[in-house]
Design a protein around this ligand. Structure first.
Ligand SMILES: Cc1cc2nc3c(=O)[nH]c(=O)nc-3n(C[C@H](O)[C@H](O)[C@H](O)COP(=O)(O)OP(=O)(O)OC[C@H]3O[C@@H](n4cnc5c(N)ncnc54)[C@H](O)[C@@H]3O)c2cc1C
Length: 525
């Protein structure tokens, strides 16, 4: 640390959380400068603080005003941007665009668009409005239910069917909440807040199948420039005009905070041809893909394990031994070791689901084909550490009615509205095409998708998504996924101890809400 003079330390302190230790964070710098600064790591022997001093703070072109000791936000964004461009040209590669990020809010977009915005694995973190805690029948613009309308959806059947779905949701929500409360009265030591929240969540969970894919929602995305760039390209290539419009909107907002990172995203040289390639590939494959209408929809959701590694145990054991050995992986695969003993050594001692299973489990792969309702898909699609693709949302695979709705005598109106929407979908499909017809389809209808996941992600997904507080529809899928793995690999599955195969207690949020109460009490609130 002797390398810095007194005035240098003074200056650095404004931008670094310490000037003494080897670990520090940057502050008071615009995102572009952080990105440019980090990008220099790969090309310099200097310490980062030295680069900051020599190449940024002392270079007026960097746009950092170091004159005013009082101000922490010392940015001339335009100058910083120009400077960044030069750094990028001089030293950069594509990964430099991962070194700065942005928070963006995207509001009033359909559930279809939300899924497209959330369909990124690396570098983007979304958070979306929940159908469990928020009522979706509040009027939107013009006093009408909040769902996507647009010139591309001009079809006589669309709006009446979608309005009917929302009207049914709206009619049922209050009486259903009352019925849930009668069935699950407040417990003696339960607060009114916890009970009301848990029972309301249950009612909203039961009704969410009525919400059409067109339902407007809000989401926030935090991500790095590179992830945003690819997201913009994918949106620009979408078959939905709504998503193509979002590509432009998102781009112009991002261009205000991280312009250098998204400059190419939609331009003529890089972005537009990349999007054109995606569009063209989809068109070509679509012409080749065989299709066969279903004679009869399945009776319920289905989870099939369509592929798994026959020698998964051997692979996992070899990978577990590898870091501690000096033998090649192939030889470890033939080593004379007890599978049980190695698995126990590797996995014993996980005392909760947050104790991550080790990477060795990534050597076993599983492909699941899942047919379940769009509501369950919508939740499970959020898992990023796997490969997944879905087919278009339609009506051929049938729909699910939550069994409790029949118990409460409210399945009739639910079915009526869902079936009417199904008819609208079938009328719209030939006229508008299958992609646009998706907007009319409510979350109760099933679709088919695949997950290709490693055993490590199976542990994570199944332990998280079978927890008692989860929605019963995705709990069922996660439980079935786990059953399939346990059937083929009982010894590998045995250590996923936090998978909850129980039936659920009918009031999923109750225990969680009571836990929140206890935490609030501890905090004195
Ligand atoms: C009960 C419940 C309620 C939920 N409610 C909401 C809600 O209201 N709104 C909402 O939007 N979502 C909600 N979710 C979804 C949730 O936010 C996650 O998107 C989803 O559960 C996927 O989990 P994951 O990120 O752990 O899994 P994966 O994406 O499969 O990732 C596996 C693991 O990899 C690591 N990882 C993956 N990506 C990153 C990254 N970018 N940075 C750091 N680590 C990473 C993490 O350790 C993660 O646990 C809810 C989930 C549950 C279970």
């Amino acid at each position: 640390m002797q390398e810095f003079s007194g005035p240098e330390r003074e200056l650095l302190r404004r931008y670094c959380t310490n000037v003494e230790r080897r670990t520090f964070a940057l502050r008071g710098l615009p995102e572009v400068v952080r990105g440019a600064l980090f990008s220099r790591y790969s090309r310099t022997e200097k310490s980062l603080r030295r680069v900051l001093l020599d190449e940024f703070l002392r270079d007026p072109a960097a746009g950092l005003d170091t004159g005013d000791a009082g101000a922490d936000h010392l940015v001339d964004a335009a100058r910083a941007e120009d400077f960044y461009q030069r750094v990028l040209v001089g030293y950069g590669d594509d990964s430099v665009a991962e070194l700065a990020g942005a928070h963006v809010a995207v509001e009033s977009v359909s559930n279809l668009a939300a899924k497209a915005l959330e369909d990124s694995r690396v570098g983007l973190s979304p958070l979306e409005k929940s159908t469990r805690y928020v009522r979706f029948d509040r009027p939107g613009a013009g006093g009408r239910y909040a769902y996507h309308r647009g010139p591309e959806l001009a079809h006589a059947a669309y709006e009446p069917a979608v309005d009917a779905l929302f009207a049914t949701y709206s009619e049922l929500v209050v009486p259903l909440t009352e019925r849930v409360r009668e069935s699950h009265p407040r417990e003696p030591d339960e607060s009114e807040r916890a009970w009301k929240t848990a029972t309301r969540a249950r009612a909203l969970d039961l009704l969410r199948g009525l919400l059409p894919a067109a339902t407007l929602t809000n989401l926030g995305l935090y991500g790095n420039g590179r992830a945003f760039e690819y997201l913009l390209t994918k949106l620009a290539a979408s078959d939905l005009p709504e998503c193509r419009g979002l590509a432009g909107e998102l781009h112009s907002e991002l261009a205000q905070v991280i312009p250098a990172f998204v400059r190419r995203a939609l331009d003529e040289r890089y972005g537009a041809p990349a999007a054109a390639y995606l569009v063209e590939a989809r068109r070509r494959v679509s012409e080749l893909a065989p299709r066969r209408g279903l004679a009869r929809p399945p009776d319920g959701p289905e989870v099939r394990l369509v592929e798994h590694d026959a020698d998964a145990e051997r692979r996992v054991v070899a990978a577990a031994l590898f870091p501690q050995s000096d033998l090649p992986l192939a030889e470890l695969g033939r080593a004379d070791v007890e599978v049980d003993v190695v698995l126990r050594a590797l996995l014993d001692g996980r005392t909760n689901r947050r104790h991550r299973a080790p990477r060795a489990l990534e050597h076993a792969h599983y492909t699941f084909e899942i047919t379940a309702n769009f509501g369950a898909y919508r939740d499970l699609q959020r898992h990023r550490m796997l490969s997944q693709e879905r087919q278009l949302l339609g009506t051929a695979l049938g729909y699910d009615v939550p069994p409790d709705l029949a118990v409460y005598g409210m399945d009739g109106p639910f079915r009526k509205a869902v079936e009417r929407a199904g008819e609208a979908h079938r009328a719209m499909e030939p006229a508008l095409g299958p992609a646009l017809a998706q907007y009319a389809v409510p979350l109760a209808f099933r679709l088919r998708w695949y997950f290709r996941a490693t055993l490590r992600e199976v542990y994570h997904l199944c332990e998280l998504r079978t927890s008692a507080q989860g929605h019963p529809d995705y709990r069922y899928v996660a439980q079935e996924m786990f059953r399939r793995v346990r059937e083929v690999h009982p010894r590998l599955a045995a250590y996923a101890r936090f998978v909850d195969m129980g039936p659920g207690d009918g009031l999923e949020r109750r225990a969680s809400e009571q836990r929140i109460d206890r935490k609030l009490a501890e905090l004195g609130g």
